[in-house]
Write a protein of this length. Structure first.
Length: 95
């Protein structure tokens, strides 16, 4: 996702929260994009940040968020399992 798109998303996007994520999103007429963030302060090692991102990407394959630009910020300080992340993403309601 380009920096200008991220700026627009953060400035005008809607926010919703789940147990594991802060979700910032905007409806779009084009094919939506998803951006995932695992903060350096919570995961100082790149290996851990990449693992979290891979798990989230694996879960998102099962869902259709094509009508939205979405920025997911992972909030827990530990790495959750695939099942836990999947159950949390099920609860996301985008309007």
């Amino acid at each position: 996702m380009k920096t200008s798109k991220v700026d627009i998303l953060f400035n005008t996007g809607r926010k919703t929260y789940t147990d594991f994520f802060t979700v910032i999103y905007l409806p779009t007429n084009e094919v939506g994009e998803v951006c995932i963030s695992a903060p350096i302060k919570k995961f100082p090692k790149a290996v851990d940040r990449n693992r979290v991102k891979r798990l989230i990407k694996a879960v998102l394959v099962n869902y259709d968020f094509s009508k939205f630009d979405i920025f997911l910020i992972y909030r827990p300080t530990d790495i959750k399992s695939y099942v836990e992340i999947n159950n949390d993403i099920k609860t996301i309601e985008l309007k």
